[in-house]
Ligand binder design. Structure first.
Ligand code: C2E
Ligand code: MG
Ligand code: MG
Length: 293
């Protein structure tokens, strides 16, 4: 059905400009390859985790005003012995469906706790790091207990950890979900609303959700090059966030002009290829967290 096609469109990178009629034959073949790839992914995922095929990359977030790195985002990569390099667009949505995302999210979270603890001990400059938490992860019943276990295993000040939850994950979030977010903040985590503006509930979510940071979806900045409307929307999200005491990160900064625009409107942080690409953790530490002296 339709859902199958939508999943394949996204995984194969067709999302925005598919013309099915034109590419029917080609697409049919691709679709069968994708069905095969899905089976292989699900067959290999457990072994991949124990074989350490999942790697943590970090993308710096730059303070727009000083044009320098102030924090990072952890992004998972899968370098598979059997299947090669698999992009997150392929495996994340699958794992969100089959539940394996909980294991991935905890793998990333635990690694980041461990890393931050080491960095703090090494007495280097340490920046906070955000980790992505899927809806399936935060909604799973043992979530808070498991989080507690990680915190006890690697005790660090929680001001160094931010949890990124996508706006769509919040959609339809009932009172239980709100209580969970409040609990996370009470524990000391800061919460970022990821891909802000990509769903349909943006403004109403702000009314009720306890969040510290908004990450404006990268589509807005991409469109801002040609669309006055998109520039106006970004500008107003930034202004509104200031009034609400919320920090703003703009995603997908690819050009100097885009960074200059963000500086002009007073956006706090920029994340994108123009500032820095996601890189292996060791490279991030070497480049940004040099030990003084
Ligand atoms: P996200 O959390 O919104 O992460 C930002 C994505 O934008 C990353 O894609 C990053 O590489 C990409 N990006 C950064 N700068 C630019 C730019 O200038 N232009 C463009 N076009 N893209 C840029 P990535 O690493 O492929 O990850 C895609 C998504 O997969 C993430 O989006 C996140 O939703 C999900 N993801 C990645 N790692 C994890 C994880 O450990 N757990 C969960 N639950 N989701 C994850
Ligand atoms: Mg994110
Ligand atoms: Mg995002």
């Amino acid at each position: 059905g339709r859902a199958v096609f939508e999943e394949a469109f996204t995984a194969l990178g067709y999302a925005k400009n598919i013309s099915p009629g034109h590419q029917a034959v080609f697409f049919d073949k691709k679709l069968r390859m994708w069905e095969e790839q899905k089976k292989n992914i699900e067959k290999n995922m457990f072994r991949a985790l124990s074989n350490e095929e999942f790697k943590i990359y970090v993308q710096p977030k730059y303070a727009v005003a000083g044009n320098d790195c102030r924090s990072g985002e952890a992004l998972v990569r899968w370098v598979s012995g059997d299947l090669g390099f698999i992009i997150p667009e392929q495996f994340i949505p699958l794992f969100e469906k089959n539940g394996f995302i909980v294991e991935i999210d905890f793998f990333v979270l635990t690694s980041i706790f461990k890393t931050l603890q080491r960095q703090l001990r090494e007495n280097r400059r340490v920046y906070p790091i955000s980790v992505n938490q899927s809806r399936a992860t935060v909604a799973y019943p043992g979530y808070l207990e498991r989080l507690q276990t990680v915190m006890e295993q690697y005790p660090i000040p929680l001001e160094y950890v931010q949890l990124e939850i996508t706006e769509s994950a919040m959609e339809g979030g009932g009172p239980e979900f709100l209580r969970l977010l409040a609990a996370l903040r009470n524990m000391g985590f800061s919460i970022a609303l990821d891909d802000f503006g990509s769903g349909y509930s943006s403004l109403s979510s702000l009314r009720s959700l306890p969040v510290d940071t908004l990450k404006i979806d990268k589509e807005f900045l991409r469109e801002s090059d040609t669309s006055e409307r998109s520039r106006t929307i970004i500008k107003n999200i930034v202004n509104m966030s200031k009034d609400l005491g919320i920090t703003v990160v703009c995603e997908g900064v690819e050009t100097e002009d885009q960074l200059l625009f963000l500086a002009k409107i007073g956006c706090d942080y920029a994340q994108g290829y123009y500032c820095a690409k996601p890189m292996p953790l060791s490279e991030y530490e070497g480049e940004y967290l040099r030990i003084p002296g």
